[in-house]
Design a protein around this ligand. Structure first.
Ligand SMILES: Nc1nc2c(c(=O)[nH]1)N[C@H]1C(S)=C(S)[C@@H](COP(=O)(O)OP(=O)(O)OC[C@H]3O[C@@H](n4cnc5c(=O)[nH]c(N)nc54)[C@H](O)[C@@H]3O)O[C@H]1N2
Ligand SMILES: Nc1nc2c(c(=O)[nH]1)N[C@H]1C(S)=C(S)[C@@H](COP(=O)(O)OP(=O)(O)OC[C@H]3O[C@@H](n4cnc5c(=O)[nH]c(N)nc54)[C@H](O)[C@@H]3O)O[C@H]1N2
Ligand SMILES: [Mo]
Length: 681
């Protein structure tokens, strides 16, 4: 008998699509769109459709496996849990529980991820990570300025007269947004794209600017100066809602348009055109991407861009929006990624020792008293996705015991001593929010796990029993491993929210209670002054940056070379992968099979490189051997390797990236990254 079940995609992706799954004989046979979600009504992308292959892939890890003499061998769950509980007890007794690292990242979202923390707290606390690989510099820049991370509902872009995709490529990273942008364009909106490389998103632009990576702040300050000098700023808005405008204007005295043009590599005429558009076309929505804030100056850069929305009064109205992150559906305080954002200060907290995600490999090796002996990794692929892969591998290899909970044999799973099979999204219900659309969604269970796969909550339940945690603790903090108990656990989160229940969510997505479709329409800003803060005392106090939005040179990049490498490596996301996921599927390989480094013909010919040649991309940190693809849509001086590739596919660009924090928010400055490319003869 066929059944249709509503569910939602829990990947770390803007769209967080709703979709319907048809199931027959415990097999998923089709994935269809769910029109009730106004943001994703067209249905999922190719990756979403590829789940049919992904869940039943022959490459899935289906059983616990132990590494013996370098080979993984199948063991029973009871053996696996006995080995793990023995090692946990041993390390805790000999060195203290903080000799164990718990590392989780963004592979799967959902409220049940909190159970992991419950388990490790009951265990007595372990070392964890703080900060985040993804978006925190921009989150913090926005919070300092507007008080909160909220934006207008996705479909509001249709109301914009001017849309600026600033370092964002939604045609690949947020395809559902492209639908609204196209609708706006049909109504006459102008589209500006600002990106060092031409992308599918820039193909539709009216104006396309290609700055030198990491220099957007000076471009934005130059635009601000021209807007104010032409008297195109919004004086009433500024007088009513903004503090620090005078000081900001004084700062712009130091900005010379011609020098700015040279610094960012954008001709003066283009800077003027952008200023004219921003000064005259309203309402304007700026959509800053997350890639652009993964630089050492990322937070200050985002503050400079946001200043343009502020001085033109493009906040709090239809079509007028700073479209960075919309956390309005995060009503259960669930974060996009599970790590806490800031180091734990409180000595009594079981997680009192945490290390920065941005410097994971180095910090794992550096911590003392106690040294790390063991790691538990789930929902993450740090060997491929965290910066400085070689350092990360060294850190894992120094440990005595590594457990990885995974669906597939990733680069990190290969470093494990013991692998536990991980569930897929279809094998356990959970509740998710979105950082782009305003819905709360039930990611419904649609099939039983294959093989001996168990959801993490069940693994923790069994392990808690092995370790003889008290029955009372187990009952309070870890759901009993069956569907009914999991549902009850989830229902408990919903009970205090009017209009939300499992029954309602089973029918499809539900708008988060209290949603503001036009963010900040009440002009309430949760900043210390209650106004929009161009001048932020908190920015200086917390992060030691200038209280005003300023241009700071990147620590490693063009014009500020810490080493002798001449090319800047960009490692953006690509259409058919979510970071390190999906690339191993046949249906994805058909379209996107071979890794390459994109290089402009000028840079290639200087190095005697022709299209499709084998090349080595390298710096002091490592190398990636891959194929060259000549690409003249790329700004000369830059090369591109998409992120998410496994070692077996050529290697992660993080073999080349440095482990450095961003200027604020404890983010990761992957993109301060200079390299050289040479022909392999
Ligand atoms: N060079 C460079 N590096 C980058 C970036 C970049 O721009 N450039 N971007 C960064 C960004 S923005 C991000 S968000 C990170 C993403 O990096 P990660 O957070 O590590 O995310 P993924 O690679 O998507 O997924 C990690 C793993 O989770 C597994 N997984 C999926 N579902 C489950 C589950 O239910 N349980 C368990 N146990 N595992 C599961 C998947 O199989 C996958 O191997 O990468 C960062 N790395
Ligand atoms: N298909 C797909 N979609 C995804 C993901 C995925 O892996 N695959 N990952 C999701 C996640 S976790 C994230 S964080 C987002 C990331 O998606 P986006 O926010 O779109 O970020 P990126 O792809 O990292 O970078 C976007 C663009 O910024 C450009 N860029 C790089 N440096 C600079 C700069 O200095 N200045 C300017 N102006 N532009 C620059 C890059 O060339 C790139 O085209 O996508 C989400 N959606
Ligand atoms: Mo991300």
């Amino acid at each position: 008998m066929r059944k249709t079940i509503n569910t939602a995609c829990p990947r770390n992706c803007y769209s967080s699509c709703s979709f319907k799954v048809e199931v027959e004989k415990s097999q998923i046979i089709s994935i269809e769109n769910q029109p009730l979600n106004k943001a994703t009504s067209e249905g999922p992308c190719l990756k979403g459709l590829s789940y049919i292959e992904r869940v039943r892939s022959g490459n899935r890890i289906l059983y616990p496996q132990l590494k013996l003499k370098g080979e993984f061998v199948r063991i029973s769950w009871d053996e696996a849990l006995t080995i793990i509980s023995n090692r946990l007890t041993e390390f805790k007794t000999r060195f203290g529980s903080h000799s164990i690292l718990f590392y989780a990242a963004s592979g799967m979202s959902g409220l049940l991820n909190n159970v992991s923390y419950n388990f490790w707290r009951l265990f007595g606390g372990v070392t964890t990570t703080y900060g985040n690989l993804c978006w925190p510099a921009g989150l913090e820049a926005t919070r300092l300025t507007l008080g909160d991370n909220r934006h207008n509902s996705p479909w509001d872009i249709e109301n914009a007269g001017l849309i600026v995709l600033w370092g964002k490529n939604p045609a690949e990273s947020n395809i559902h947004q492209s639908v609204f942008i196209e609708a706006a364009q049909r109504k006459g909106a102008k589209l500006v794209v600002i990106d060092p490389r031409r992308t599918p998103s820039s193909e539709r632009a009216d104006l396309f600017l290609q700055p030198i990576p990491g220099t957007d702040a000076i471009l934005a300050l130059a635009v601000a100066k021209l807007i104010i000098e032409s008297n195109d700023h919004s004086i009433d808005f500024i007088n009513s809602y903004v503090i620090g405008f005078e000081k900001f204007y004084e700062l712009l005295d130091n900005v010379n348009i011609h020098e700015a043009s040279i610094e960012c590599g954008v001709p003066v005429s283009f800077i003027s055109e952008l200023a004219d558009l921003m000064g005259s076309v309203t309402p304007m929505t700026i959509v800053p991407g997350y890639g652009m804030q993964r630089y050492s100056n990322g937070g200050q850069t985002i503050r400079c861009l946001l200043a343009l929305s502020v001085i033109t009064g493009n906040i709090g109205r239809e079509g007028a929006c700073w479209h960075y992150a919309n956390l309005q559906s995060y009503i259960f305080d669930l974060k996009k990624e599970p790590e806490s954002y800031y180091p734990v200060q409180d000595a009594d907290n079981p997680f009192r020792r945490s290390i920065p995600t941005a410097t994971l490999g180095k910090s794992m090796q550096a911590v003392k008293s106690p040294k790390l002996k063991m790691a538990w990794v789930e929902r993450g692929n740090p060997v491929a996705q965290n910066p400085d892969t070689n350092e990360t591998i060294r850190a894992f290899r120094k440990l005595e015991f590594v457990v990885v909970v995974e669906q597939f044999m990733t680069d990190t799973a290969l470093e494990a001593d013991l692998i536990l099979p991980a569930k897929s999204m279809f094998e356990q219900s959970d509740i998710i929010g979105s950082y782009w659309n305003p819905y709360i969604q039930l990611k419904q269970k649609v099939i039983d796990p294959p093989g001996e796969v168990k959801p993490e909550t069940e693994i923790y339940y069994l392990l808690a029993n092995k370790l003889r945690f008290s029955q009372e603790d187990i009952d309070s903090y870890i759901p009993f491993p069956d569907d009914k108990s999991t549902d009850d656990w989830l229902a408990n989160y919903l009970k205090d929210h009017d209009g939300l229940s499992l029954e309602v969510l089973k029918e499809g997505p539900v708008m988060a209670p209290g949603i503001q479709h036009v963010a900040f329409s009440d002009m309430n800003f949760n900043t210390p002054s209650g106004k929009i803060e161009l001048f932020s005392v908190e920015a200086e106090k917390m992060w030691g940056v200038n209280p005003l939005p300023t241009y700071e040179k990147v620590l490693e990049g063009h014009g500020n070379r810490q080493n002798d490498y001449p090319l800047c490596l960009l490692s953006p996301v690509t259409k058919n992968r979510i970071h390190s996921q999906f690339g191993n599927l046949d249906c994805i390989k058909m379209l996107d099979n071979e890794q390459f480094v994109a290089i402009s013909s000028m840079d290639a010919s200087e190095r005697g490189i022709e299209n499709n040649d084998d090349v080595r991309v390298f710096n002091d940190r490592g190398e990636v051997k891959t194929k060259a693809r000549l690409d003249n849509s790329l700004r000369t001086g830059n090369v591109v390797i998409y992120n998410g590739y496994w070692n077996s596919e050529g290697g992660s660009p993080n073999l080349l990236s440095i482990d450095r924090e961003t200027d604020m928010g404890h983010g990761t400055a992957f993109h301060d990254n200079m390299v050289e490319v040479e022909l392999i003869r």
